[in-house]
Ligand binder design. Structure first.
Ligand code: CTP
Length: 380
């Protein structure tokens, strides 16, 4: 509940009678900011939101923990309390995170129910193996909440971007000085690669233009390896001509050495300074294309994040910019996790610190929403 809220989701809680024995509904009311639903026929609650209305309101129904009893009810269409009725009424994806004793999980009748639910399109997260509340060991523990959140978001994405062409640039660029030396930056490429993977999962046709990084290209996309900013410029512009979305996640070197010396520069020479010239701004060039794809930039800042990000959004004619702090203890270039402050003309949203894969999925949600606003027919 807390993790989903932290990631900006609106959550309504339904508790069964057994759940109310473990946790006071007031706890979930306080955490969710909404009244908790527990009765199928409760005049007061029905007024606020009927079970049918609740089923229509949700984008996803997550049952966590899902007991053997609840799975059995769902598998057989029983509807004798609010939660099981909600399941029957739900037209949105239904995800369960089972939790029960290992022997109950392994029991043939439970396994039959699970098979049935799989056939009915119910998605499962877990259970995990390990020590159980009853003192036994085995398969049946509820998956860790952080993992449930991550998989829940990843499962929502299929189809969201089908028919959409997404070009993503990632990693640093290398600007050579001579055959053995270059100027570069600390970008690891992890965010761009996570975005590419999430876009593939969303059904998009993905082109990943990557500078030199220590990552294997995700499967299911067109991969273009480049080294310099000029090479990245050429590859990106070529592929963006018919793209729906461009995400500039690369840390493009702003300058390159004016001359590339053909041989290794010797230390006893008299070169004391390097003359630099400006590289073209790739994202600004993409934003100047006609027709223009939806253009999403990144801004890595060490200070005054909001002002710099908003300035870049406007100056480069972007549709959205995702800003993050770099050079701090947590998050940023080489880290596996990050937090983003996302701005677009007239709006903004904070995506809290999490792993880059979850963050990529969350950012793609926002991008898909913007794409839908821009082009409601193609993406409906
Ligand atoms: N970018 C680009 N081409 C460049 C420089 C930056 O496409 N030559 C893109 C990046 O991929 C990112 C956005 O512009 O999406 C912002 O990059 P950033 O380095 O933060 O901004 P700069 O414009 O380079 O400004 P500064 O270095 O002064 O902060």
């Amino acid at each position: 509940m807390r993790l989903l809220r932290k990631q900006g989701h609106d959550v309504r809680v339904v508790m069964t009678a057994a759940a109310c024995e473990f946790v006071a509904p007031l706890t979930f009311q306080a955490l969710s900011g909404h009244a908790v639903h527990s009765e199928l026929l409760d005049a007061g609650q029905e007024q606020a939101m009927s079970h049918i209305h609740l089923a229509r309101w949700a984008d996803v129904l997550l049952i966590a923990p899902a007991t053997a009893d609840m799975l059995a009810k769902m598998a057989h269409g029983l509807a004798d309390d609010l939660l099981s009725t909600l399941y029957l009424a739900a037209e949105c994806p239904v995800v369960v995170a089972p939790a029960m004793n290992q022997a109950m999980w392994a029991k043939a009748v439970t396994q039959d129910n699970i098979r049935r639910l799989h056939q009915h399109g119910v998605r499962f997260i877990g259970p995990a193996a390990g020590a159980q509340a009853c003192g036994e060991q085995g398969l049946g523990r509820m998956e860790e909440p952080v993992e449930i959140c991550r998989l829940l978001l990843a499962q929502q994405i299929p189809g969201m971007l089908s028919g959409v062409k997404v070009v993503i640039s990632a990693g640093p660029t290398r600007e050579p000085l001579d055959p053995v030396r270059y100027i570069t930056n600390r970008s690891s490429g992890k965010m761009g690669y996570a975005l590419a993977q999430a876009a593939v999962a969303g059904g998009a046709e993905v082109v990943l233009v990557s500078g030199p990084v220590n990552l294997s290209p995700p499967v299911g996309l067109a991969f273009i390896q480049v080294e310099t900013a000029l090479q990245m410029y050429d590859a990106t512009l070529t592929h963006c001509r018919d793209a729906d979305v461009y995400i500039g996640a690369a840390a493009v070197a702003d300058y390159r050495p004016q001359h590339i010396v053909a041989h290794k520069i010797k230390k006893d020479g008299d070169i004391a300074s390097i003359l630099l010239e400006k590289n073209p701004d790739i994202i600004a060039a993409v934003a100047g294309l006609q027709p223009k794809p939806l253009v999403v930039g990144f801004a890595a800042e060490t200070d005054d994040l909001e002002n710099y990000a908003k300035h870049k959004l406007q100056a480069k004619n972007l549709d959205m910019i995702a800003a993050n702090w770099v050079g701090k203890a947590e998050g940023g270039f080489e880290s596996d996790s990050n937090a983003l402050q996302v701005f677009w003309p007239g709006g903004q949203q904070t995506l809290a610190m999490t792993d880059k894969h979850t963050l990529a999925t969350q950012l793609l949600y926002l991008i898909a929403e913007k794409l839908h606003e821009k082009n409601p027919v193609k993406n409906s």
